[in-house]
Design a protein around this ligand. Structure first.
Ligand SMILES: [Zn+2]
Length: 87
């Protein structure tokens, strides 16, 4: 009698563990895809217009079509040359 209950419990436990493992694996795969797109994705390297430093676009400060490594360089690029707007 009790053996049947134990076998049923073990079956449920294994099923539950497998389901949790599957969920964990799905989350792990999604995380890996996100990491590859974010860190390893060299498709979106941009150059700072002020100092020429290359950096990923996610870390760059964007100003229209231009990119900058920091807000200081963005301001430095935008502020002094007021007359030549069409670069
Ligand atoms: Zn810069």
């Amino acid at each position: 009698m009790s053996l049947l209950i134990i076998r049923l419990l073990v079956f449920v436990l294994v099923f539950w563990a497998g389901w949790r493992l599957w969920q964990y694996w799905q989350g792990f795969q999604n995380q890996r895809v996100e990491e590859q797109q974010g860190k390893d994705g060299h498709e979106s390297m941009v150059k700072c217009e002020e100092c020429g430093l290359h950096l990923p676009s996610s870390e760059a400060i964007q100003s229209g079509k231009l990119h900058f490594c920091c807000s200081e360089h963005r301001d430095a690029y935008n502020t002094p040359p007021r007359d030549d707007k069409d670069n």
